[in-house]
Each structure stands twice: as C-alpha cells, then as structure tokens.
Design a protein around this ligand. Structure first.
Ligand code: MN
Length: 355
C-alpha cells in the first residue's frame, strides 16, 4: 500500500504533457501540493493513510484525463475548505480566483449533501443530482473533479462502516453513474458502477464475477486469434495503419445483460470486445469492409454510430462476426478521435478547450 507521502517529483509525474510544458503551471501545481500537505498535516483517512493520499489519487485521475492546471490544482485542494482552516480568500490569494471558485463549488456540493443525507427515508440523491447538474451548469470542471473524488472514495470504501458503504454506493449508482454516462466518461462510469454493485448486491456481484471469469477465458482465445489474423492482413496489405485494443465488459453490465438473456451465457458476445482504431472516419468504413471480408458478419448486429451517434456523442462502427474457429466476436471500429472520446467522453472536449 502506498504511504501517502509524496514528493514534488511524484506530483510532477501526474501532470499531463500539455500542462507540463508551462513552467509557471508546474510551479503552481507543486505549490498547491506543498500547501495541501501543510494544511492537511496530521489528518488521516479511515484507512489510516495520510489524508494527502486521497488528494494524490484524485489528482492522478484528473491528470490521466488530461485536465488543465486550474483543474489539477483544484483537485489537490478540493477538501481544504471543508476539512481545514483554509478559507476561499486564502485560496484566491495563493492560487487565483478560478481555483478558489472550483474548490468553493465542490465544497458547496458536499455541505448541502451532508445536510440532506440526514433526512430519513427521502431520496436525497434526487436533490443531489439536481445540485450536481446545477454545479455542472456553472462549470463542468466541478463535475469532473467530483467524479474523480467519488471514484477514489468508492475505491477505498471498504474502510467505512457498512451503513456508510450502502448509502454512498446507492448515491453513486443513482447520481454519479448516470452523470458519468451522460458525459460519456465510460471508463469512470464502469468502475463506479461495478464498485457500487459489489457493495449493494454482494451475492449477485460474486455470482457475476464467477460467470464472467468462465465466459472470458472462452472468449480470450478468439480474441487472440482475431488479433493475429488482422495483424497478418495488415502486414500483407498495409493499406491503413491501425492498432488493436480490447475492452472487458463491466461486471455490472454483464450481470444486467445475463438477466435480460435469461442466464444464457452463449448469448453474450461482448464480454471482451475487440477495438480496432484507425486514423479517421473514412478508414473506419474501409476497415469494416476488410473485417466483413475476413469473417462473416452476423445479420442484424451491425450499428453505424458514426452516422447516428449516441446522445452522449459516442461514435464507432460496431459489428459482430462469426467464424468456425473464432466463435462469435463483437468488433468496434474507431478513429483515434472517436476512441479518445469513447474512453474519456466530455473530459476530452474540456482538455481541448484548454480549460
Ligand atoms: Mn475528497
């Protein structure tokens, strides 16, 4: 387990390249880290780790999302108003009004939530969702920091009492998962959803994990074979450069699908999806033709999400193919740009707008 004591060099490694080219920004981020270490000194998480561990992990996620300097700094300082003697004016003076505004926005969410949470029996998360959306309307960066904060809290939820685990998981499922989904932040959404599932329905979760493992090992061989075949094709015909990734289905979404398919494991073809990434949208269609030439497409399973994007902006070509040696396999074709957006969703747009 990490000690929670990080140096400036550790923080520097979290900074995305886009931000680290600016020495002023780097200095400011390091100053924020020193500040957080000072004001949170002596505080510990339930896990026994120094409080700064939570700040480090939250900021690490924001760095992975390619967020800009103010968002990273606000990530480092996000609990200072709530949990330390620091006031908004202190933050504004040391780190500027933009950072102070973000941290104040996050703190407001938290305060109102803890008040709401004590009303017994009311679905307080309905109110929280409204507050979260209001915060997003003010500045969507608040929402992105909040999602990373929540993800780390969910990752460390085992240290909390059972009652807290249920309450926080329920709120995660009802508020944060739909928000992450709406923002197209698929990676975060899936992890939040699976963690909440594990706490809310432990028996179903265990059952799903068992079946998932079984199902996955069967699919893995066909993934390896399909990857090899595509790479061979590429070596011979080299018309479009491409790379291949694979994506495991989330445990929760696997379980929901199994329920829909009446527990027929053979009905699940997307436990591992092969993702083929090409330079641009035109290449996607060429690659699709190539794939349909290699393997037989299954009728009715093709979706053109390039022409018809999902409401959250998700785009790709999705097909399911079958071959004797391969079994049935779902393949998604993305351009580089579509792939980034599918993984990080709205955060990618934010990053490009130099927030
Ligand atoms: Mn926090």
């Amino acid at each position: 387990m990490s000690s929670g004591t990080y140096t400036e060099a550790d923080i520097e490694r979290l900074i995305p390249p886009r931000v680290s080219v600016d020495p002023t920004a780097v200095t400011c981020i390091k100053q924020a880290w020193a500040f957080a270490q000072r004001v949170h000194a002596g505080q510990r998480r339930r896990s026994g780790e120094p409080y700064t561990e939570h700040l480090f992990q939250t900021t690490k996620m924001l760095g992975a999302l390619d967020m800009g300097a103010p968002t990273l700094i606000a990530g480092i300082l996000h609990d200072t108003l709530e949990d330390t003697q620091t006031c908004e004016a202190d933050l504004a003076e040391a780190f500027g009004t933009d950072v102070a505004f973000l941290v104040a926005g996050l703190t407001k969410l938290k305060r109102e939530k803890s008040k709401q949470g004590r009303h017994e029996g009311t679905p307080y998360y309905a109110n929280n969702l409204r507050k979260l959306l209001l915060a997003a309307a003010q500045d969507v960066r608040i929402l992105i920091i909040k999602l990373c904060d929540r993800l780390h809290n969910m990752q460390t939820l085992s240290h909390m009492p059972a009652e807290t685990q249920k309450r926080v998981s329920l709120e995660t499922r009802n508020v944060y998962v739909p928000v992450a989904e709406r923002l197209g932040m698929h990676t975060i959404k899936r992890e939040l959803e699976d963690l909440a599932f594990a706490y809310l329905e432990p028996d179903s979760f265990k059952k799903a994990c068992r079946l998932f493992k079984k199902c996955k090992s069967e699919h893995e061989i066909s993934i390896i074979e399909a990857t090899a075949t595509l790479q061979l094709e590429q070596a011979i015909h080299a018309r479009i450069p491409f790379r291949i990734e694979q994506r495991d289905k989330g445990i929760c979404s696997f379980y929901q699908k199994l329920e829909r398919k009446e527990w027929e494991l053979s009905q699940i073809n997307d436990i591992i999806t092969l993702q083929v990434i090409v330079p641009n949208a035109d290449d996607c269609y060429i690659m699709l033709g190539k794939i349909h030439g290699l393997w037989h497409p299954i009728h009715g399973k093709f979706k053109d999400y390039i022409a018809f994007p999902k409401p959250n902006g998700f785009q790709c070509l999705r097909t399911t193919v079958g071959a004797e040696s391969l079994g049935i396999l779902e393949i998604q074709i993305y351009s580089d740009d579509m792939y980034e957006r599918a993984k990080y969703g709205f955060a990618v747009l934010l990053a490009r707008n130099e927030y």
